[in-house]
Write a new protein. Structure first.
Length: 234
């Protein structure tokens, strides 16, 4: 799941990866919003909030949302750079190591938020959570050849609409299985993002900021079997 790239991946592997990572993203996004009032995965909404606050001259609030967007970009940049270095060194487990870094950061955020409670700095935590979502989205996009995107659903929802139109519009029979596979992947991504969001809200209500540790454990479990796989990638 975290070794093969691009066209060498099967639909089943992409589906499983999308389900796990979308669940984590949905949970982190919803728990972060419930706790601090900021979305860590929804960059479209955050950019809109920057515009809203700037238009009414609330520049400090606009700056806070800008910081969250910048942290997402930095997370994607850092992950992509890390992956490039790993590929140059032909590390087969580079994607596992990348997601492991996300898990470690989520664990640190969970420990801090859980211990600090209401005293936790919401902007700082939202920025760090956004950084982890940037890491995750870059890793899933790179390994799947852009088929798996897990931290937002706007583009995926568009793809679902387009795919349904192609099916209903009588697309050529040879292409229908491929369209159905894409629709299944996109629908599963949206579903598990939704389920993760529910789990994130319920988890935060039960355990507070420590809920981020639980999502870290999910990523650790995903990466565990690949960490020792340091053979040369092919």
């Amino acid at each position: 799941m975290l070794v093969h790239e691009g066209d060498s991946r099967t639909s089943k592997i992409d589906l499983l990866l999308a389900a796990v990572l979308a669940f984590v993203a949905g949970g982190v996004n919803s728990a972060g919003f419930l706790a601090f009032g900021y979305f860590s995965a929804n960059m479209t909404g955050n950019v809109s909030m920057i515009s809203d606050h700037m238009s009414i001259r609330e520049f400090s609030a606009a700056l806070a949302f800008l910081m969250i967007v910048v942290m997402f970009v930095l997370g994607a940049f850092s992950a992509s750079l890390f992956i490039e270095i790993g590929k140059q060194r032909r590390l087969a487990n580079i994607y596992a190591l990348t997601l492991l870094s996300e898990a470690a950061l989520l664990l640190a955020v969970g420990l801090y938020a859980g211990s600090a409670g209401p005293a936790a700095n919401g902007i700082t935590i939202a920025g760090l959570l956004s950084f982890t979502m940037g890491i995750q989205n870059a890793a899933s996009t790179r390994i799947s050849g852009s088929r798996v995107r897990t931290t937002h659903v706007s583009g995926i929802a568009t793809d679902i609409g387009v795919g349904l139109a192609l099916l209903i519009g009588g697309k050529a029979a040879p292409e229908r299985p491929q369209i159905v596979r894409r629709l299944t992947l996109h629908a599963a991504t949206v579903l598990f993002f939704l389920l993760g969001g529910v789990a994130g809200v319920l988890g935060y209500k039960a355990a507070g900021g420590s809920v981020f540790c639980a999502f870290s454990v999910i990523l650790l479990a995903l990466c565990a079997r690949y960490i020792r796989r340091t053979a040369i990638a092919r």
